[in-house]
Design a protein around this ligand. Structure first.
Ligand code: IMP
Length: 430
């Protein structure tokens, strides 16, 4: 039963989309198992740039069935807009399967995301304001509306009326906002049913049929390990479980269905939104500004400047454990090409001189630690034409080996540019 997972080992935006795209071509299904349109995956294929938020990356291969699993939260209008965009670029999207058990993002979720962030003031989480947290909260509260509810207008309306009574109370009385109209929401959502209904399916069954037939199924993570609701830097996290374990609940498979777990590591670190970040290079730092500019570190989705920093090996090592990664993929190695020296954090230290070689569980400690760096020589030449490991200069190969040794698993892929062809496949993964 060969299942493979691609998961981010940092705070997202590692460049997972390109490796997903690479592995997807060998698979029958590519399944999103969590998150929603807070994600933004950029894939450059044959010179064309595809920006995906909800639709799994496998959509670009006609033989792959893209699946939105039960663990995803879906804004149907966003999904339809994305499908229209893909169709207009010549990508056929009729194969997409959408889990009837996935929860819907409703207009009041987006409104609550906006007003609660405002309410938190300087303590805000820096969410994408897409309604992700409120939608998952309603799922846990058991008042969420699911994709399958769209198929019965009466049930949809009953559930909507029930939940909207409470939401409107909160919006009006706590946040001083205008109440929302159930009629308008029902009209808007039910008008999309003719377009969505043919895609709604029992995706758990589909996944198991593929696995039973011995076909590869790729589970595509959005966000990343340190944005995981349970294992990330809470509360500065997303509201789902991006870690590999999230595949089990979010797609409906047991751990034994998974054979390969590829942890994607950007060659440096970035983070959007608030929260602790031990290797952060603050705005104005020359190296940090260079990482942002060369790496084009602005949100795919929100346009926000990402916070930059050197690679944090302590975090990645822990992420490899949390996800039981079988291997890692190093992304954006080319961004480091102009640096004379490259730093990698190998441990943390606090004011008392205590050294940490693992991520301290206590947030207050993590907020205060300082990175202990190892400095490696840069290679100072372009590597974006490298096709094989041997094409990389010795210093770049040493950097790759250093990271592999530090985190304890082999490297399968290295990306050296945004194009599909700029993925170096290391011999073991070939
Ligand atoms: P939410 O997922 O919109 O609730 O945002 C919660 C946190 O996760 C914020 O810090 C966001 O910036 C971050 N976040 C959500 N999605 C992504 C992503 O795809 N890449 C990077 N950060 C993300």
């Amino acid at each position: 039963m060969p299942g493979a997972v691609i998961v981010g080992t940092q705070w997202g935006d590692e460049g997972k989309g390109r490796f997903t795209d690479f592995v997807a071509k060998e698979c029958s299904l590519v399944v999103r198992y969590q998150g929603g349109h807070n994600a933004g995956h950029t894939i450059v294929a044959d010179g064309e740039v595809f920006k995906l938020q909800l639709v799994p990356s496998g959509v670009l291969y006609p033989w792959v069935v893209p699946v939105i699993g039960n663990g995803v939260v879906v804004d149907p209008a966003v999904l339809i807009a994305e499908l229209d965009m893909l169709e207009s670029m010549g990508v056929e999207t009729g194969r997409l399967r959408l889990s009837g058990n996935a929860h819907l993002i409703m207009p009041y979720h987006q409104e609550l995301d906006r007003v609660t962030e405002r309410f938190l003031g300087k303590n805000k989480l820096g969410t994408t304001k897409r309604g992700i947290g409120p939608a998952y909260a309603d799922k846990a509260l058991r008042v969420g509306l699911r994709v399958q509810d769209l198929l019965d207008a009466k049930i949809f309306r009953e559930k909507l009326d029930l939940v909207l009574r409470e939401k409107n109370g909160v919006l009006a009385k706590v946040y001083n906002r205008l109440p929302m109209s159930a009629d308008e929401i029902a009209d808007q959502y039910l008008s999309m049913v003719p377009r969505l209904a043919p895609m709604i399916d029992d995706t758990v069954h589909l996944v198991h049929e593929s696995l039973d037939a011995g076909q590869w199924v790729l589970f595509e993570g959005a966000q990343a390990t340190y944005l995981d609701l349970d294992h990330g830097t809470y509360p500065f996290v997303t509201s789902s479980n991006p870690i590999a374990g999230g595949v089990c609940t979010g797609a409906g498979v047991g751990p034994r269905a998974i054979e390969r777990i590829i942890g994607v590591v950007k060659a440096y670190t970035t983070r959007v939104g608030s929260g602790p970040f031990p290797t952060e290079l603050f705005e104005g730092d020359v190296d940090g500004d260079r990482l942002v500019e060369i790496g084009k570190e602005y949100g795919t989705n929100t346009g926000r400047r990402r916070r930059p920093g050197w690679l944090d090996g302590v975090m990645v090592k822990h992420a490899v454990r949390l996800n039981t990664c079988t291997e890692i993929a190093i992304a954006k190695l080319d961004v480091l090409s102009t640096f004379d020296e490259i730093k990698v954090c190998v441990a943390y230290e606090d004011d008392s001189g205590t050294r940490y070689e693992h991520v301290p569980y206590h947030q207050s400690v993590l907020h205060k630690v300082r990175p202990v760096y190892e400095t490696l020589p840069g290679w100072r030449c372009e590597i974006d034409g490298a096709a094989r490991l041997e094409d990389l200069p010795a210093a770049a190969r040493d950097y790759v080996s250093f990271v592999a040794e530090l985190v304890g698993v082999p490297v399968s892929f290295v990306s050296v540019g945004p194009g599909r062809e700029q993925t170096v496949v290391l011999p073991r993964a070939a």
